[in-house]
Design a protein around this ligand. Structure first.
Ligand code: IMP
Length: 200
């Protein structure tokens, strides 16, 4: 097995506090990452986003559109908290290899839902440059969606280059490479329940 995901526990005791803070670090292949968003914080935030969507969208005909691979956990955790009848579907594309954006957007595949005249909630793991999002939104316009809303678990405002408004944001994060909760480094780390940031 090539994956080396190791857990180290470091203890930091801030000088002005008697609290002891446990920080989790992991290694994936050649890189080390530090826990950045805990599983609890992520799940709490999804609960809030779902509540907002249940208020905003219950009267509409909604299709949630998860963007694979990264959004599979977010889409599942969000969708199970939606309390009105709605559909979910997934499309797949890839624009990222390693730890820097290639800028290449590949083919969008897997459209099997009729989205014409429906409210589409695009469910993204992370919005970085916004290239992927723009591509998806263009496609939704061509396919005549009635309305498009964007839900992103993570958003890097410093990297974002587009004008498309994001309606539901889990967390705004710095422009650093992250893994976990669906996001990968060379295919690994998606199964981590927390989000980890690269230690440079
Ligand atoms: P964008 O097209 O630049 O917005 O990038 C979107 C896609 O790039 C996401 O759906 C992720 O798959 C990937 N991506 C962007 N930032 C990161 C990161 O920090 N870690 C892992 N994947 C990322």
């Amino acid at each position: 097995m090539r994956t080396k995901i190791r857990y180290y526990f470091h203890i930091f005791a801030p000088a002005n506090s008697s609290n002891i803070v446990f920080m989790k670090e992991i290694r994936i292949l050649d890189k080390k990452f530090r826990e950045f968003l805990t599983e609890k914080a992520i799940q709490q935030r999804i609960e809030e986003l779902a509540r907002q969507m249940n208020n905003d969208l219950a009267e509409k005909e909604v299709v949630f559109l998860g963007i694979l691979n990264g959004a599979f956990l977010f889409a599942a955790d969000l969708f199970r908290r939606i309390d009105f009848p709605a559909r979910i579907s997934f499309v797949k594309l890839a624009s990222y290899q390693g730890t820097s954006s290639s800028g290449l957007i590949k083919e969008l595949i897997g459209w099997n839902e009729d989205i014409k005249n429906k409210t589409i909630v695009v469910v993204e793991d992370i919005v970085d440059t916004g290239n992927t999002l723009e591509r998806i939104v263009d496609e939704l316009v061509i396919r005549k969606a009635a309305e498009v809303r964007i839900a992103a678990m993570l958003y890097k405002p410093a990297a974002y280059t587009k004008d498309i408004a994001l309606d539901y944001i889990g967390f705004e994060i710095p422009n650093d490479f992250v893994v976990g909760y669906g996001l990968d480094y060379d295919g690994f780390g998606r199964n981590l329940p927390s989000v980890y940031t690269l230690i440079k």
